[in-house]
Design a protein around this ligand. Sequence first.
Ligand code: ADP
Ligand code: MG
Length: 245
Amino acid sequence: MGRMAPMTETPVLAVDDLHVSYGPIGALRGCTLEVRAGETVVVVGANGAGKTTLLRAVCNMLPWTGAIRLDGAPTGRVPTHRLARQGVLHLPENRGVLTTQSVLENLQLAFDMYPPARSFADAVEEAFTHFPRLKERQQQPAGNLSGGEQQMLALARAIISPPKILLLDEPSLGLSPRMVREAYRVLGGFKARGMAILLVEQNVHAALRFADRGYVLRQGVIVRQGEADMLARDTELFNQYLGFT
Ligand SMILES: Nc1ncnc2c1ncn2[C@@H]1O[C@H](COP(=O)(O)OP(=O)(O)O)[C@@H](O)[C@H]1O
Ligand SMILES: [Mg+2]
């Protein structure tokens, strides 16, 4: 369990009545959720529920209506790259790794994205302590890494530049069971440091084990919310809203 913030504290991220449409298709239809300081929140939902759209809207990568606040400040007019500078780290579905750049160059870009509190050398040393495999392969193009190693390179960005909030799009997608466990172990370290995390996942069981609180997204609408362990015990929810057990 993460630190329980008092309800009166301004959330790190507050999303209120968010709507996103792709032409005639309403991908998000009035979503309201929040992530408080130190909290790990998961949005679970089947394929097509609107999870990726939610994270892209938070980053202002597409037009939306409603309200989004970062530490209480409306983000509506803040471009994506400025949100990154304000500490919003988005790790997208494709992991956002630049495959033609070397491992080290990818880490340098992550460092340059967000105001550093220390030298690049110190930041890289810490990342390589967590991910020795990346150290071995630092001069290689990131495209030569396995899927699991690319996920580690993506996660290393959160060590290089610890964000205000980490937005994670299906970190377990395409990974072997062993690498899924490894990714969640790394995320557990971020959580223990008090990083605010908003995770979207189809891998419901792993995500609900990891998170403090959860929301269930179905066809663009949040249909359930609550403590993650409560949601994890709710077998009816899995049948009814997620379409599997
Ligand atoms: N670029 C797009 N153009 C049109 N429809 C889209 C686009 N991206 C997503 N959608 C649709 O929006 C809905 C939500 O998609 P998405 O956010 O990717 O869901 P998830 O990440 O939960 O699988 C789906 O019905 C999907 O087909
Ligand atoms: Mg998606």
